[in-house]
Design a protein around this ligand. Sequence first.
Ligand code: TYD
Ligand code: MG
Length: 452
Amino acid sequence: MAKFSYTCSKCGTGHTKWAGQCDSCQSWNTLADQGPLSAGPSKTLGSKRGRSIALTDLATIEEPPPRTKAGVAELDRVLGGGLVQASALLVGGDPGIGKSTLLLQAAAKFARNGLKVIYVSGEEATAQVRMRAQRLGLTDSPLILAAETNLRDILTTLDEEKPDLVIIDSIQTMWTDHIEAAPGSVSQVRSSAHELTSYAKRKGVSVIMVGHVTKDGQIAGPRIVEHMVDTVLYFEGERNHQFRLLRAVKNRFGPADEIGVFEMTGKGLVEVKNPSALFLSERGKPTPGSAVFAGIEGTRPMLCEFQALVAPSPHGQPRRSVVGWDGQRLAMILAVLESRCGIPFTGLDVYLNVAGGMRVTEPAADLAVAAALVSAREDTPLPKDAVIFGEISLSGALRPVSQAESRLKEAQKLGFYQALAPTSKKIETIAGITLRPVTDLASLVEELFGPC
Ligand code: TYD
Ligand code: MG
């Protein structure tokens, strides 16, 4: 067994010797002398016998875990139908995005629904939390507050108080006194998260931890925290947009990839019941470069608008700027447009945005992106009443995507009449929407803009 003397502060990988770059996550200057990541078995198990463990079969019927609903539909759905008793959760997000606001509101609701909830803030004094609660109109909730960062004291108090739910805001401010490292360091975060998770399992109490995320989207401190907990939720959005998305990236008790949509208002976070309508609300008259994508987020169809701008570049190396989508994927689509459809983007700056601060990860958005790009380049608007979806392969062929029918139904609800999507059938009408079949990228370009 190798003896690790250095630990990467980003991914938590142990190293035997120091190096400038972590060979696991490739980040620079992150190796620190943090002691061993895990002591590991230093000797073989030897001849000492353990106790026998319980063995069971597959057929035993398991009771579903007890859940409590917050009464906030968007949050309950992301949790997979409510908060599971004795579960450990991590809520990650950029500083200032609204994690404390979300959890204070959720905690107050859970407390109103009969749970004994303790909200421990390591970042703000109780007076500050109370002031925020007043502004959010939550003061009538029987929520219990504390401001503390010493985990030993917190756990002792929790043992006495016996709550049903504990919120820890944030895990980076907590410290345990048996480790000599600053709060927020890898070993402190790891140890605090471990203590809290095992407390949750031991006492049957749900624990929600807040974690700040680094700029590139990773929860600061070891990724190990993500493995320890049952559920990881990300709270994301653009700071200067009012929309916020709560996304389940891991959930042992429900579907991952589920999202909840909120709007940040002067009175805190308000759930958005019909996100498609909201994301499309800024659309005015048809503009070149705008394409509506019929997507699926988790289990729910959601429409959003891609906006592209193509302009002659004053630079030798044209700009490629993307917000809300993957830059690599954009490069791929530009390459396919150039080599399979003969539409070059050389010498042109390309900007691509998803309206409203939404972030799209589905490959099904390829076709909408391609349509937005060509529409911007040709300075010709797309039909206002059309939604677009489909995955593009490197050959320029289109792959059908899953759940086409629910995408079309959502589009119909929002007043669209036609859809451009890959399908093997001739023109057909589903859910009141005319489906115009396209087989490859070149045929889409021809269908929309004529022969190029
Ligand atoms: P906060 O919950 O403190 O963020 P985090 O815990 O993720 O760091 O949210 C802070 C931001 O939210 C702050 O910029 C102000 C804004 N905000 C509102 O717009 N309305 C509100 O009612 C509240 C409480 C905050
Ligand atoms: Mg906060």
